[in-house]
Every structure is written in structure tokens, then in C-alpha cells.
Write a protein that binds this ligand. Structure first.
Ligand code: Z5A
Length: 205
């Protein structure tokens, strides 16, 4: 029995997901809600090992289907061993990225067939889905400017700009296709303005 709520946060690099998730978790704590924070790929012992393989710049030859299946392998581990048990105990779960990212990055970025990704999603998730997805939307340019000070890029961050434009475009299409679940938030403004929009969506949960 699912007693807690499941919130996912997604968007292109530098959209401010980590920054906003910090604030979401402290907001929920203040309201007396017990929160489990996680991320994808990763979030479990096995998932973090899969994440290292996925983001390792040495793995340039990885086939796109392999990348997709590793994303879903990490996700399966996270759902079965962390998210569902936490929701059943009444905790809320906030995840930095989830399945929408596979449609955006592997479907949009890598141009894999979206129907095949849907089949995989059905296989791994069945009817399981987030209660709320916050899609933080910024232009690729702004997102890249925000993270350019970072020391090193991971394997996926090394992609060219057109890749991230396709990623963003699939994210936006999904928010239009699933407006009840995915709320697109203009994330180009200040951290506080974005957080206040997020809080009103969370309050409605
Ligand atoms: N991936 C995939 O391909 N398929 C999948 O199914 C899944 C994932 C699940 C995981 O990276 C990679 O895996 C990711 C997608 C892929 N690949 N790429 N590229 P990740 O999620 O761990 O990391 P990321 O996506 O690259 O996130 P990020 O770069 O850490 O960005 P962020 O969390 O959205 O941003 P942030 O760290 O909160 O903020 C970035 C900087 O901007 C920081 O200096 C902040 O202080 C600043 N910031 C934040 N908000 C603002 C505002 N509002 N104004 C100004 N500055 C701000």
C-alpha cells in the first residue's frame, strides 16, 4: 500500500534540480514529513555502480541501447529496493531525475525509438509513476553557463549542444502530453521564485 508521495525533478543540465531539491526536502521536513532523497542513475549500492559505468568518459563506445538498459536497470533497483519500501512506510520520496529523463536523453538526445522506450518502461514500471514531476525548464545555453565552472564533464555532458536541444524538446513534449503529472516550471528566474512555485505545487499534494 502506497502511503507516501513520490516527487521527481527533471530538466536539462544546470536547470537547478539539486538546488531546488535541497529546498524541497527542508520544506517537507519543516512540515513534519519524512523524506527520502534519491537520484538517478544511482540511489542504491548497485545503482551507484551502474552510474559510474554510465558516466565514465572512458566508455565512449557504449551502445545507446546498452545505455538505455543500464538506466532502466539502475531504476529497477531503485524502485524495488528503495522507493516502494519507503512509500509503503509513509515516507515521501524525492528523486533527482526519473523515467522522463530516459525519454528525453535516450529518446531525444540519442534518437532511440520512443515506442521501444515505452515498452521498456511498461516492463520495468508497470503502472508505477510519480505523483508529481517538476520539470525545471531553462534554455540549454543558460543551463550550460551555470555548470561551466565545473572541473570535469561526465560522458553524457560531453555531447554537443544539438543533443541537449533535443533533450529539452522531448521534456517539453512530455509535459504537454502528461499535464496532470508533469508541471513545467520556468527555471530561468531566481532560486527563491522557482522554489515558491514549487511549494504551491507541493502544497496541492
Ligand atoms: N540520464 C540519462 O541520460 N537518462 C536517464 O534516464 C537518467 C539520467 C535518469 C546524470 O546527471 C546524467 O544522466 C545526466 C542525464 C543522464 N546527464 N547529463 N548530461 P545528473 O542528474 O547527476 O547531473 P546533471 O543533470 O548534469 O545535473 P546538474 O548538472 O547537477 O544540474 P542541476 O542539479 O540541475 O543543477 P544544480 O547543481 O542545482 O545547479 C547548477 C549550478 O547553477 C549551481 O552552481 C547552482 O548554484 C546554480 N543555480 C541553480 N539554480 C539557479 C538559479 N535559479 N539561478 C542561477 N543559478 C542557479
Amino acid at each position: 500500500m502506497r502511503k507516501g508521495k513520490f516527487i521527481t525533478v527533471d530538466g536539462v543540465e544546470g536547470a537547478g534540480k539539486s538546488t531546488q531539491i535541497d529546498l524541497i526536502c527542508s520544506y517537507l521536513h519543516k512540515k513534519g514529513v519524512e523524506v527520502v532523497r534519491t537520484r538517478e542513475p544511482g540511489g542504491t549500492e548497485v545503482g551507484e555502480k551502474i552510474r559510474s559505468v554510465l558516466l565514465d568518459v572512458e566508455n565512449q563506445e557504449m551502445h545507446s541501447d546498452t545505455e538505455l538498459m543500464l538506466m532502466f536497470s539502475s531504476r529497477n533497483e531503485l524502485i524495488q529496493n528503495k522507493i516502494i519500501p519507503a512509500l509503503n512506510k509513509g515516507f515521501w520520496v524525492v528523486s533527482d531525475r526519473f523515467t522522463d529523463a530516459s525519454f528525453a536523453y535516450q529518446g531525444g538526445g540519442r534518437m532511440l525509438d520512443l515506442n521501444r522506450i515505452s515498452e521498456l518502461a511498461d516492463w520495468v514500471l508497470g503502472d508505477f509513476k510519480p505523483d508529481l514531476t517538476l520539470l525545471l525548464d531553462v534554455s540549454v545555453e543558460v543551463g550550460m553557463q551555470r555548470i561551466e565552472a565545473r572541473a570535469a564533464k561526465d560522458r553524457i555532458e560531453l555531447e554537443e549542444r544539438a543533443f541537449f536541444e533535443r533533450v529539452r524538446s522531448v521534456f517539453i513534449s512530455r509535459s504537454e502530453a502528461f499535464p496532470e503529472r508533469i508541471k513545467l516550471i520556468d527555471a530561468s528566474g531566481s532560486v527563491d521564485d522557482i522554489q515558491s512555485k514549487i511549494r504551491s505545487l507541493i502544497d496541492s499534494l
